[in-house]
Write a protein that binds this ligand. Structure first.
Ligand SMILES: [Fe+2]
Length: 150
């Protein structure tokens, strides 16, 4: 697997919401771990396991975000952005499921491409829609703070 694929969480990725940021760090760590494992041993069993772990953590993480969206009124105040965001979560899960069903143990390149896709998806998603969500929640938090103090 290529070195360039390895990504580390950095401060620029911070959404400002601690729970989201720490889950993003875990998610990135899992993708990097998946790369390393498949680098050591290319097999369908390893691929199935790492993608299964990745998918279940991603679903847990999406639930956290979507719960926050509800809690802070994101669907009411930013309906289009919220719908787009949730769509991206769903398409990620669908992509992982489809990849797991289709992958062939003989094709190392295919597994690499899938991980590459997931890697890029996470980077793109965290730096776009998640940053917007983070900004929204931070603003709401500030407003709540002002109301509580005022
Ligand atoms: Fe998200």
């Amino acid at each position: 697997m290529t070195e360039k694929s390895s990504i580390r969480w950095s401060q620029e990725m911070a959404t400002g919401v601690d729970v989201i940021d720490s889950q993003h760090q875990n998610l990135l760590q899992m993708v990097n771990g998946a790369y390393q494992e498949l680098d050591k041993e290319v097999s369908e069993i390893v691929f199935q396991r790492v993608t299964k772990e990745l998918l279940s953590y991603a679903i847990y993480h999406f639930q956290t975000e979507e719960h926050l969206m509800k809690e802070y009124g994101y669907f009411e105040e930013c309906p289009e952005e919220a719908a787009l965001h949730v769509d991206e979560h769903r398409s990620f899960s669908a992509k992982v499921v489809a990849a797991r069903d289709s992958v062939n143990s003989e094709v190392k390149e295919e597994m690499e491409q899938i991980l590459e896709f997931l890697n890029n998806w996470i980077l793109n998603h965290t730096q776009n829609v998640d940053l917007k969500l983070g900004g929204f929640i931070s603003l709401k938090e500030k407003q709540r703070g002002t109301e509580a103090n005022g």
